[in-house]
Ligand binder design. Sequence first.
Ligand code: ADP
Ligand code: MG
Length: 402
Amino acid sequence: MGFLAALDRGPTARAALEAMTGAPAQVLARAPGRVNLIGEHTDYNGGAVLPVALPHATWAAASERRDGRVRVRSLQSDTDRAVELPSVAACGPGLSPTWAGYAVGVLWTLARAGVPVPGLDLVVDSTVPLGAGLSSSAALECAVGAAVLGVLGRPVAGADADLLVTAAVAAEQEVVGAPTGGMDQAVAVHGRAGHAVHLDFATGAAAARRLVPLPLHERGLALLVTDTGVAHALADGGPDAEPVGYAARRADCEEAARLLGVPTLREAAPDAVAALPEGRPRRRARHVVSETARVAAFVTALERDDRRELGRLLADSHASLRDDMEVSCPELDLAVAAATGAGALGARMTGGGFGGSTVALVEERSLGQVAAAVDEAFEREGLAAPRHLVVEASDGASWSPV
Ligand code: ADP
Ligand code: MG
């Protein structure tokens, strides 16, 4: 059984940058991945989410170039070759390979927003598992964006922090062309040690933000995140296939809101949902309405240190995502069942679904036993060993001079 260590990859990113340029690095930036505690498929329905910034993060070492060019290397990229671009203006849509869009798209969106982004040499290194539903993409965008602010001597705070969130979201949507709701970038920037971040999307994409104390260690509790290793595919199966993906879930929710005559499912009344004919729109609406209530109940249960209630809410969230939203998969169900069977207070799939990771609330003293039970269950089913992360809430994006 392995716990994925939250090592500081600042030194490796810095050393690789200095090897690439032959000169000292200028700044070192960091932005965390995230795990969503509860509130799944609620963001695009005007609901709330409750993510936590991981201790696992992406580091970006950077130095300014005088010739305006951009060069970026990732220690996670399998080719190990730097991507070179003639200018910041060339960091827009259509970048290849795809990872480069995540890495330098934010240079282009920051420049578009009026930031005087200079040419840069960049090297990134990360401990966030890629494509595991733990938001390595936002960690990468926000680490690089924070490095840009660092080179300009602008702290990640106030209006510049909000600008960084907006630019990172725009990079993922417009440069990479991936659907992203905005939760990941908000927590990568605004996460805080010892806190979850409550984001309420009632007012649209610019979510109202509130820090919620998350005293886990103080209460003898821990969060165990398990990466099942099943790649989450957010795409659909094709025009004639049964809708299976994230876009199809969004369309179902819009259809349900239209049937109910409300702008978003957040405004839907539970009895109006219950009165819909049985079918996909009703199931999707039932998930969104019940999940929105669970986020509020979870915050209250945290305040009261009601751990049985916290566990029940996680279990109910998983059942709702599995049965009503239909976004779970056998490996996620297995990890949740094994964790709960081995004494976790509660567990659920986290992220958009169709693979990715689970999150379990466990007593600190049973962390090893719960992780071992999940490993055994995977081995029994002939599945590759999952990866476990022990999560303490960490701080959002920042940079420091080297
Ligand atoms: P998630 O954000 O849940 O990890 P995504 O599919 O949104 O999954 O983003 C994963 C993609 O982001 C990777 O396939 C890769 O293109 C890019 N990426 C993230 N972190 C890095 C990194 N450190 N180096 C290179 N590419 C990365
Ligand atoms: Mg992502």
